[in-house]
Structures are given as C-alpha cells and as structure tokens.
Unconditional design. Structure first.
Length: 154
C-alpha cells in the first residue's frame, strides 16, 4: 500500500474543482441562487433590448469627388425594454455618424445617420459603421457604398 495514500490524495485533488464548480451552480452558502455572471466576471446589469433596421446597406450610386452625401438608417425597438444606442464607430475617417442619443422606448423608432465625405476618394467605395447597443449581440454592422467619380473626369 505504498502508493495507496498517493492515489487517494490524487483523487481528492482531481475531485476538488468539480466540488467547487457544483457548489457555484447550486447556490451560495446561504442557500440563495447566485446572480448571473458574464464571462468577464461581472454581473448582468439589465435585460437586453432588441433592434431592427429598415435596411443594413445603402447604395449612394455615383458621387462626384468632394461631395458629401448622407443617409439615415431607421432603427426600431420591437422589444419590451428601452433600446440604448451607446456608440457608432465608422470604418474610416471619411464617415461621420450621428444617432438617437436618448433611449428608444419599446415600439419606438430612432435613427443612425452616416455622412460620407468623398474628398480625395475615387472609384468604388464600401464603408461600414458598427452600432453598439444594449442588445445581444451588442454590435451591428451597417454598410454603404458608392462610386466616386474623380473631379478631373466630370
């Protein structure tokens, strides 16, 4: 039985994480259920909202170089909790976004607007903006395209 106590010790060590994991699933020492925890270790703050766009891609068609064009994507909240658009990030510096800053109530509508500056651009352009909101998933991609006609070819 020289290896017997080492084998028992090994089994105890191997089973320890399982016991701890099961304790976390069952509840806290007081018998209460623990709060939902995200993969980053933080507790979930609020229910997630839902978001719908009238469309996710817009085509500006032909644009003269130097022209600024804009499009307003319509946003709907088909969910049961207020929708909060927290940020909108463009894929390049040629695009300036604007969006509904106040919470959009259930059944309400808002917008995400993109302004594309074609100065210094030519040919086919495909740009994106990423919309961040209190949704699952938290980010949504909107695209727009256009063909910039160089100023010297007008």
């Amino acid at each position: 039985m020289r290896y017997g106590k080492w084998a028992i010790l090994g089994l105890l060590i191997a089973c320890a994480p399982v016991a701890k994991e099961n304790a976390n699933q069952e509840g806290t020492p007081s018998g209460e259920k623990s709060a939902a925890v995200s993969p980053t270790g933080t507790q979930a703050a609020e229910p997630v909202a839902k978001i719908e766009f009238d469309k996710v891609e817009h085509d500006f068609g032909k644009i003269r170089e130097g022209e600024k064009v804009s499009y307003r994507f319509k946003v709907k909240n088909p969910g049961t909790v207020p929708l909060r658009i927290t940020d909108v990030k463009p894929s390049c510096g040629c695009t300036a976004p604007a969006w509904t800053k106040e919470p959009i109530p259930p059944g309400g509508e808002g917008f995400v607007e993109v302004v594309f500056d074609s100065q210094g651009r030519s040919g086919e352009q495909l740009k994106t903006v990423t919309v961040f909101a209190n949704t699952d998933p938290p980010s949504h991609l909107l695209r727009f395209r256009g063909e910039v006609i160089p100023a010297n070819k007008q």
